[in-house]
Design a protein around this ligand. Structure first.
Ligand SMILES: [Zn+2]
Length: 409
């Protein structure tokens, strides 16, 4: 799978992992000098692989390999090149560099297809810098919200200013959007970020849908008091109320198929060992592959929290901070991925994605599909993220087989 002058997939992964804002660990946020450096490097690799490469107006890097004739609709492949803080080196990057290698293989074989192949390295998927996700893929899908330009990073720099410093003109952002006629499908290879494939002893799987998510911010207002003098039956303890709520959330989610709920942050006030907690705040992250189930569970949660707070004489304040619909991958793409698995001698396995991906944003533009690769212990967003060399080869073979046999709808 080596091409002349093109580093191997793993060499590319290792090289990208060194381009970091922090010298001790990998952090590469949107519109930083490291982002610029990575785009230049990836563009060079794309050129070596036989593609014409360019940076689009939102900062995505795109490479195009023409088909039988110039200007045919493209099968777009890729993932993102930005990272979380203290990231692993495979999340995102693996999908981009594997796709470059597939095109390099086509070039080496002198093969042109009845469609173009484009590889895209999205500029921002994680939302690490401006706390808004899918900035790159939304711009391509034509769903980028221009209000995002006013968002500030932790240093008070707006996205508008950051784009300007990076050398991009905000007036051109709408031109990053591609038309439905230009793009035949978008397919993304990504690490699973969960333990299912490892548990099934499989290198790869096909994603059926991407879970939708709702995030709530919950505040429970009770009454602070002396830990020694206020009898238990006369308390309005915000933390005990929150505890009962959290256990109840788990119970509600467990009763619904393909649904998970997580309380990942909790804050207690005043926070002293001899004071009854007067205020508790926690987050709720609710995900389900079915929108109707997520809505139903969300309503059940709201109702249960209210009942518990009423019973414990505390006040409930809930705010919805995020809501995203689930994405169903294209049946046509799934079937063609299924064929590619079989033709490359790998058992087919279907699974939903609990994490969000650029694919979700791209589904507003075109047919989408995803290949998941097993990662060690399902760990991601962590430097311990790890993928076996053999599994990377499997991912490459499946993707290449998929491209070679792809039939646009
Ligand atoms: Zn990712």
């Amino acid at each position: 799978m080596m091409s002349n002058n093109l580093p191997s997939i793993i060499e590319m992964i290792e090289t990208l992992a060194l381009i970091s804002e922090d010298k001790d660990f990998l952090t590469r946020r949107y519109l930083t000098s490291q982002h610029k450096k990575v785009n230049q490097l990836v563009a060079d690799w794309m050129s070596v692989a036989g593609m014409k490469a360019w940076q689009d107006p939102i900062g995505n890097i795109v490479g195009r390999y023409e088909g039988h004739e110039n200007g045919l609709p493209a099968l777009m492949l890729g993932s993102h090149l930005d990272t979380v803080v203290n990231a692993g080196k495979y999340d995102g990057m693996l999908g981009v560099v594997t796709a470059i290698h597939c095109v390099a293989s086509l070039q080496r074989q002198g093969k042109r297809l009845p469609f173009a192949v484009e590889v895209i390295g999205f500029a921002d998927e994680e939302g690490t810098r401006f706390k808004s996700t899918y900035l790159g893929s939304k711009a391509v899908a034509g769903t980028f919200d221009l209000d995002t330009l006013d968002r500030l990073d932790s240093d008070g720099i707006s996205m508008k200013e950051a784009l300007n410093t990076f050398g991009l003109d905000i007036k051109n952002i709408p031109q990053a959007a591609r038309s439905k006629n230009e793009i035949a499908a978008y397919v993304e290879l990504h690490i699973e970020q969960g333990p299912v494939l490892e548990d099934k002893n499989l290198a790869a799987g096909i994603v059926t849908e991407i879970a939708g998510a709702t995030r709530l911010s919950v505040e429970i207002v009770g009454k602070a008091g002396h830990a020694g003098t206020v009898p238990l039956n006369l308390r309005q303890d915000a933390l005990v109320t929150a505890s009962e709520c959290i256990v109840k959330l788990e119970k509600i989610a467990k009763a619904s198929a393909n649904t998970v709920v997580t309380v990942g942050e909790i804050l207690i006030k005043p926070g002293a060992s001899n004071v009854i907690p007067g205020n508790a705040q926690f987050t709720v992250d609710l995900r389900s592959t079915e929108n109707s189930v997520r809505t139903k569970v969300e309503n059940e949660i709201q109702q249960a929290l209210q009942e518990i707070c009423t019973k414990r004489k505390t006040k409930l304040i809930t705010t919805k901070t995020h809501s995203a619909e689930s994405t169903i991958c294209s049946k046509n793409v799934i079937n063609q991925l299924d064929d590619a698995f079989v033709k490359s001698g790998h058992p087919t396995y279907f699974l939903p994605s609990g994490a969000g991906h650029d694919t979700a944003a791209m589904s507003d533009l075109t047919e989408t599909g995803m290949i998941f690769l097993r990662c060690r212990e399902g760990i991601s967003h962590n430097p311990a993220e790890s993928v076996k060399m053999g599994d990377i080869e499997v991912g490459f073979q499946i993707m290449l087989k998929f491209i070679e046999n792809f039939k646009p709808l």
